[in-house]
Design a protein around this ligand. Structure first.
Ligand code: ADP
Ligand code: MG
Length: 674
């Protein structure tokens, strides 16, 4: 449909056009697609069916005339009686005297209000009239300047004048297969459904279309990327790789073996690898990364491992250096705090190919870094490495294979949305011999008894983390909080145990020293802000105490919990929390019930929604108008596989029934990178 300005509609002048534009409506098409966010459901319900204090719309006949009583300044009550079937009830409206004219004896009326079952009385909030918008009236997000009353006739008019220009964009085969409504009928019914059943069908069609078009573009983009530029075929040395794997201090779990094979296959293939490696905390992703990097090195390419924090970068380079023979593999660590001189040398050696493997923070791909021949980029714990970063790589003209590792399992619906057609590998088992962590939820008042209990754990020679609440508004408050908790604990343990303190305001050298003291057992208790969150590995720590746990997301709590249970001893996670609502309580409860990160992240998504869990902006997740990634997950799956089938048809764009679809997705790039 052409982009016709709303000004072409009767009654829309410059002023009204401006007001509509403020709602994001500039074209007639926008108006037609400005769907209501809910409907006033005035299905006839008998009085007996309505719960006490429920807000409902009741339809009936006015059986006693309206009486208006005024009292005081501006105060009034309007009372009348209505009858539904044979039940009579009273209605009162406060401070809306002007409604009196609308209440006509003997006429049918629909009133919205709050029902008092005992008194058989409705406290009215709104009169909907009788024959107003049908029985299932749309309710829109409106503004001061554009009211429901203005918008509804405009939308009707848009459909009356331009409805016949709406072109069907789904091929008949699909519409038949899934019994989808026609596009024009569905769009109209999104606004003015005859009944809930018709609305349901309209919504199904609109959501399917939205997801399907998105998937068509995403997959088209991928196919095009493959055709314009080849990936790298990383011909690694299989003998050396086998020897390296045999030299590891443990045997790979079956799951590690499986994902290693999947990754190696991708490396060899000239196709561009985009693989997501998911594995719960402690499942052993680091060693898989090491194997992939090693393989890349044997093929004469460089590898980069990117992580979100310096502490994690530090730890990764240490783990890698333990696994690699320094005579064989040259590694480097590059972060924001690498001294200038050292940095210069590293940059030079990356550019001339001396360095085989570099570990660093995210800036690694952004800060004027040149590689001699970058073959593989691995990002760890970085689900925010979305479309935008992939674009950065591409703009630099680099075509490395990319592996994303995450311990925050991304539910499948989100993975296929945010990462498109990324291949997914899953490590679904932990190395043998791990004892499940026992999680308990206590109230703040029980903190003292928790500390008493901690004496026995510390008495066994174990160690404990204490995580301070995260105060997002201010890093300063974060620090203050951490200092207070530290002092409280230091006073409690006295000279029995040493308490360390770690927070984001410290210099890196300071952080290192504190971490090292804890690793070496010089401090037994470590109070920390969430800088510790990801990746830290101290197997002797068996207690994770999290203050104000309700402030953290489930995925983050799970990450924190994963810092213990890394050795052979039984471990504990104590959540100190006073949740303010049912959702908060539910989140604490589920933490005590499961150790499975996948279950938790699905739950988190269900409770908080994808925006909260992932942050739309950073993650590069698109925002859908009608579709809901959680509620409509099954439609997304179907849309995805149907899009795949379409792309598998040779020259589908030439088929008569696919013309409109082809036109609509002809510029897939646009949808993502603007
Ligand atoms: P994550 O997946 O959380 O990054 P890590 O890679 O840090 O997990 O591994 C957690 C711990 O398990 C490390 O101490 C690592 O050495 C150890 N580990 C990894 N794989 C195995 C294995 N196959 N058998 C025994 N221990 C393993
Ligand atoms: Mg890790």
């Amino acid at each position: 449909m052409e982009a016709v300005s709303v000004q072409y509609l009767k009654g829309v002048g410059e002023k009204r056009a401006q007001d509509l534009a403020a709602l994001g409506i500039t074209t007639v098409r926008d108006l037609m697609g400005y769907y209501p966010f809910r409907y006033e459901d005035i299905q006839e319900r008998t009085l007996a069916e309505i719960n006490d204090q429920e807000k409902v719309t009741i339809k009936g006949v006015v059986v006693a005339p309206a009486v208006l009583n005024r009292f005081g300044y501006k105060k009034s009550v309007l009372r009348f009686r209505m009858m539904q079937d044979h039940g009579v009830f009273s209605v009162s409206f406060f401070n809306q005297p002007y409604l009196k004219d609308q209440v006509v004896l003997g006429e049918e009326l629909a009133v919205y209000g709050k029902w008092d079952a005992k008194k058989k009385a409705l406290t009215g909030m709104k009169i909907l009239g009788s024959g107003h918008q049908g029985d299932f009236a749309p309710i829109y997000h409106v503004s001061q300047k554009v009211k429901q009353k203005t918008l509804i006739p405009l939308i009707r008019q848009a459909f009356a004048d331009y409805g016949d220009q709406i072109k069907e964009n789904l091929p008949l085969a699909l519409r038949e297969k899934y019994r989808l409504m026609d596009k024009a009928a569905a769009m109209y019914a999104m606004h003015f459904p005859k009944d809930p059943a018709e609305h349901h069908q309209a919504k199904r069609r609109v959501v399917f279309e939205e997801f399907f078009l998105f998937q068509m573009k995403l997959q088209g983009l991928k196919i095009r990327e493959k055709s314009v530029s080849q990936g790298l075929a990383i011909q690694y040395d299989n003998q050396r790789l086998k020897a390296f794997i045999a030299s590891l201090p443990f045997t790979l779990t079956a799951a590690q073996q499986k994902v290693t094979n999947e990754i190696c296959r991708d490396l060899l293939s000239p196709e561009h690898m985009q693989r997501l490696l998911q594995g719960d905390v402690g499942s052993g992703k680091t060693v898989v990364a090491a194997i992939a990097l090693y393989a890349t090195m044997t093929a004469g390419f460089q590898g980069a491992l990117m992580v979100p924090t310096e502490i994690l970068a530090q730890q990764h380079i240490e783990s890698l250096n333990q696994l690699f023979d320094p005579l064989e593999v040259t590694t480097a660590l590059l972060t924001g705090s690498t001294p200038a001189k050292e940095r210069r040398v590293i940059l030079e050696e990356l550019a001339n190919g001396t360095i085989d493997i570099v570990v660093g923070t995210h800036a690694l791909i952004q800060e004027g870094v040149e590689f001699a021949n970058l073959g593989l980029v691995i990002t760890d714990e970085q689900h925010r490495f979305g479309v935008n970063q992939r674009k950065v790589l591409r703009e630099k003209g680099w075509r490395p294979d990319v592996l994303f590792m995450t311990a925050t399992p991304i539910p499948r619906t989100l993975a296929i949305t945010a990462y498109g057609e990324m291949d997914v590998s899953i490590i679904d088992e932990l190395p043998a011999g791990r004892i499940p962590i026992e999680t308990r939820w206590v109230r703040p008042g029980q903190l003292d008894s928790v500390l008493d209990w901690s004496l026995s754990e510390l008495g066994r020679g174990h160690q404990m983390y204490v995580i301070c609440p995260l105060i997002e508004e201010s890093e300063q408050l974060d620090v203050k909080n951490a200092v207070e908790i530290h002092d409280h604990l230091a006073a409690f343990y006295g000279d029995r145990y040493q308490v360390g303190l770690l927070h984001g305001r410290m210099k890196n050298t300071e952080k290192d020293a504190i971490m090292t003291d804890f690793k070496d057992g010089k401090t037994q208790v470590l109070v920390s802000t969430t800088v510790i969150e990801v990746g830290v590995n101290v197997p002797n720590a068996t207690v994770m105490l999290i203050m104000d746990a309700e402030r953290f997301g489930l995925a983050q709590l799970h990450q924190l919990r994963g810092r213990v249970g890394r050795g052979a001893e039984a471990s504990f996670c104590i959540l100190v929390a006073e949740p303010k609502n049912e959702m908060g309580k539910e989140r604490m409860k589920i933490m005590t019930e499961t150790n499975n990160g996948f279950v938790l992240s699905e739950k988190d998504l269900e409770l908080r929604g994808p925006g909260e869990v992932f942050g739309f902006r950073q993650s590069g997740l698109p925002q859908f108008v009608a579709g809901d990634l959680v509620a409509d997950a099954n439609i997304l799956e179907v849309a995805r596989s149907e899009a795949q089938s379409v792309w598998q048809m040779k020259d589908w764009q030439l088929l008569p029934d696919y013309q409109e679809l082809a036109a609509e997705i002809s510029d897939p790039e646009k949808a993502f990178f603007d």
